[in-house]
Design a protein around this ligand. Structure first.
Ligand SMILES: O=C(O)CCC(=O)C(=O)O
Length: 286
């Protein structure tokens, strides 16, 4: 993989964000964006335990997709206070993925405001993500091709991004939004996944108080180097083609995939994984 560092700025005006990053659809890290938010000084794992300790939270680990699973179905559940104790005690693969702060703990909204980057951010879906040391997400892109502003709190997280232009090298699994789950993007085996050598992408380490802008449909792999959490704010896809792809994913693709899992069982998952390999390696040869 040919990865360059994501550009970093201390602060960014609305005009510069639109001209230099949103229009060309290029990622950027803003280092000091949330300094004015109460969240900047308050949000850490202990505070989350105090504010949301009693909530039952859905957890995901890194097991491969199984045909019995629904689309993006959690693998376990725990009380938030127990989960945070676990994060602090030892490395764990369990992550919280897409947890709506507004719905679950509305009072946390007092700690941040919806920023004005010059594009309309959806107010109702501020999503939280948590992870233990060394836990990681699969490489995926968001189903809705959103522009994402990803604010990180406590700990450090490694992020690898690719734009949709790199799809041909990424072993994308058909009828899904993930790449082949066998790939370790932190240390890829190029003998097994030769096309990855051609993929051009971005990398960064995100720290407390930094915000990563991920343009529409960007693939992202996140590895928690220490326990921490992040909040993603999102917009609708602005590019009409991406908007249509989002509608197709949400209204057709995911339902078709769930139906095929029911009809064909594990064979469907295995077939999709084989196709991810044969299509990508086939294109590499031709
Ligand atoms: O950092 C994570 O745990 C996942 C983040 C993510 O997938 C997102 O913001 O869309």
């Amino acid at each position: 993989m040919q990865l360059v560092e994501i550009p970093r700025v201390k602060t960014l005006t609305k005009k510069d964000f639109i001209e230099q990053y949103f229009k060309p659809q290029t990622p950027v890290v803003i280092e000091d964006f949330d300094d004015d938010w109460p969240a900047h000084s308050k949000w850490n794992l202990e505070y989350m335990k105090q504010m949301a300790g009693d909530k039952a939270v859905p957890l995901y680990d890194d097991r491969p997709v199984h045909h019995d699973d629904g689309f993006n179905e959690p693998h376990a559940e725990m009380k938030m206070s127990d989960y945070i104790d676990l994060l602090k005690k030892e490395p764990t693969k369990y992550r919280i993925f897409l947890w709506n702060v507004l719905k679950e703990v509305p009072v946390l909204q007092n700690d941040f405001s919806i920023p004005d980057f010059g594009i309309r951010i959806l107010k109702k879906v501020p999503m939280l993500f948590f992870g233990g040391k060394n836990s990681h997400t699969f490489m995926h892109h968001d189903i809705d091709f959103a522009n994402i502003f990803h604010f990180h709190f406590e700990g450090e997280k490694k992020c690898i991004l690719f734009s949709q232009s790199e799809n041909q090298y990424l072993y994308k699994v058909p009828y899904s939004i993930i790449t082949h789950e066998g790939i370790d993007f932190s240390n890829p085996d190029y003998e097994k996944w030769p096309a990855l050598q051609k993929a051009k992408g971005y990398k960064t380490h995100l720290k407390h108080g930094e915000v990563l802008y991920m343009p529409e449909g960007y693939w992202h792999y996140m590895k928690y180097l220490s326990p921490g959490f992040s909040m993603s704010l999102r917009t609708l896809a602005h590019n009409p083609v991406n908007f249509l792809k989002a509608a197709y994913n949400i209204f057709l693709m995911r339902h078709f995939d769930v139906l095929m899992r029911k009809i064909k069982g594990q064979k469907w998952i295995d077939l999709k994984n084989q196709k991810a390999i044969s299509r990508t390696n086939g294109r590499l040869k031709s």
